[in-house]
Design a protein around this ligand. Sequence first.
Ligand SMILES: NC(=O)c1ccc[n+]([C@@H]2O[C@H](COP(=O)([O-])OP(=O)(O)OC[C@H]3O[C@@H](n4cnc5c(N)ncnc54)[C@H](OP(=O)(O)O)[C@@H]3O)[C@@H](O)[C@H]2O)c1
Length: 218
Amino acid sequence: MAQKTIAVIGGTGKLGAALARRWAKAGLQVIIGSRSQESASAAAEKLGFGLTGMTNAEAARQAGLIVVTVPFAAQEATCAEIAPHVAGKIVVDTTVPLMPPKVMQVQLPAEGSAAVRAQNLLGEDAILVSAFHNVAAHKLATDEEIACDVLVFGNAKAARAEVVALAKHAGLRGLHGGALVNSAAAEALTSILIFMNKTYAVDGAGIQITGTLIEPEA
Ligand SMILES: NC(=O)c1ccc[n+]([C@@H]2O[C@H](COP(=O)([O-])OP(=O)(O)OC[C@H]3O[C@@H](n4cnc5c(N)ncnc54)[C@H](OP(=O)(O)O)[C@@H]3O)[C@@H](O)[C@H]2O)c1
């Protein structure tokens, strides 16, 4: 299957820029999206690897797969920007519903998870998958090996499998985590990891699933 162009919405930020850099370095076509054309171009140029920068809407329009990397507070406005361009496309939501200042406490939204909220905001035509909640952006921004699995949630198994592959392109082990509603568990876990970073003075705690895993059939 031909590799889809990836739009990283909010790709000027910590998680988005780090993912975009890893994917571009792995040879994937990546567009950095921003609310501002100027910021998008500046971030793309700084990252190198042939990245281009566009407004979020234009990046979403041109891409075959969309990754949303914005703070929870910006999720609604960002979904409104890209909504006209998501029909039939996989949209990977990375949002952790952190509500400052209490980021070490689990505070899931009324919808149950940020991922389900994204599906509601974007409509049923978007193929929602959520992932990358538990991996520290400052580690992804380097070339180091990261001791963290990526749990991938979504109602469409084939779409989940594409995102499991994307995690691999970023140098991470992606694992199917089941239906989109299960995203609540990984989103909640991030507050616990932030608590552990502080309590145990660890530089970016991660999660790893134990046991011998046999790849599921496609
Ligand atoms: N940082 C991590 O280690 C990490 C790890 C796992 C998951 N996550 C999740 O990934 C998402 C992105 O995290 P991040 O740390 O990359 O965020 P960030 O750097 O603070 O922001 C990412 C981008 O979001 C855009 N944005 C749009 N509306 C915004 C608003 N109202 N306020 C601030 N920024 C806004 C900005 O891009 P423009 O100004 O260019 O539009 C910004 O560069 C969050 O939901 C976070 O919970 C983060």
